[in-house]
Design a protein around this ligand. Structure first.
Ligand SMILES: [Zn+2]
Length: 302
């Protein structure tokens, strides 16, 4: 039996996954604020799942951030209590067995490559478009883990082929300006609409207004689609994925994959573009499913 756990900023969700990919049990708790309480909460989720299933499982965990191979310490986590902590070692000690940890964007990409929108594809770029922008690359069923454990993190590259109006771009929490995240995250869309129109609307309201024919909102969405196409094209020029899977809250925008796909030929360095851009299949469950798939697939020791 496989157990997958998604350690999120507000919730810790756990599932048991049957061999065929069916979710057989779920257990969810709020994420505590402290590191020690987070370890205990994860142990509690595992205990709850194993009691419900009546058997012991393998454990894969998707985390915000990544574990540095050289030190075993977490970095780049927006759940800041994890940063600098030996999460992997502490979880294995607490759970009494080997545990596999993986960045949550990589888990999303793994899930969609295993039995989702990119099932059977050799090279998959999984994209998170949400409050932040991230991503993961899966090659032949395994997450690509590089020297810095940041492969697929396109959100803090600059928006490619910027217009004069897009320079230098909005400031980003990472210290730079004009990062892809500042344009393609949910807050990025809100900011862009407000900057052009002077009206601060939610992402939902902008999308609804565009669907209702509002000219300003339609123009905002057209800029968003073009920027997404540019951002993806620069990744395609390097990684050349068979499939790009869109995830995160913004991926729920109707027609987003088609619009991004339609924009690619202008930017990709190829006279034809065979890469498919598709919405995800597993939705909010992708992260936790990908964590479960870390056993026995999906894993390469860093
Ligand atoms: Zn940035």
């Amino acid at each position: 039996m496989r157990i997958g756990i998604d350690l999120g900023g507000t919730k810790i969700e756990g599932i048991t996954l049957a061999d065929g990919g069916a979710i057989t049990h779920r257990h969810r708790v709020e994420t505590p604020k402290s590191y020690d309480a987070t370890i205990e909460a994860i142990a509690g989720v595992v205990r709850g799942l194993e009691e419900a299933a009546g058997e012991r499982g393998t454990i894969g965990i998707g985390i915000p951030g990544t574990v540095v191979a050289a030190t075993g310490l977490v970095k780049n986590s927006n759940s800041v209590c994890l940063n600098g902590q030996p999460l992997h070692r502490d979880l294995e000690a607490r759970l009494g067995r080997p545990v596999r940890l993986m960045n949550d964007a990589n888990c999303f990409a793994l899930s969609e490559a295993a039995d989702g929108a990119a099932a059977g594809a050799a090279i998959v770029f999984g994209v998170i478009l949400g409050t932040g922008v991230g991503g993961g690359v899966v090659v032949e069923g395994k997450a690509l883990i590089g020297a810095n454990q940041i492969s697929g993190e396109w959100g803090h590259n600059p928006l490619p082929w910027p217009s004069i109006e897009e320079i230098p771009g909005p400031p980003c929490y990472c210290g730079k300006r004009g990062c892809i995240e500042t344009w393609l995250s949910g807050p990025g869309l809100v900011h862009d609409h407000a900057a052009v129109t002077g009206r601060e609307l939610t992402t939902r309201a902008i999308v609804a207004a565009a669907a209702a024919g509002d000219a300003d909102a339609r123009a905002t969405m057209a800029r968003y689609h073009d920027r997404l196409a540019r951002g993806l094209a620069s990744v395609i020029n390097i990684v050349d994925p068979d499939v790009v899977v869109l995830g995160g809250g913004m991926s729920n925008i109707a027609g987003l994959a088609e619009a991004a796909s339609a924009g690619l030929p202008r930017w990709v360095f190829s006279n034809t573009v065979a890469t498919r851009v598709v919405p995800n299949v597993h939705g909010d469950s992708s992260g936790v499913r990908g964590a479960a798939w870390l056993w026995p697939l999906g894993w390469r020791a860093a």
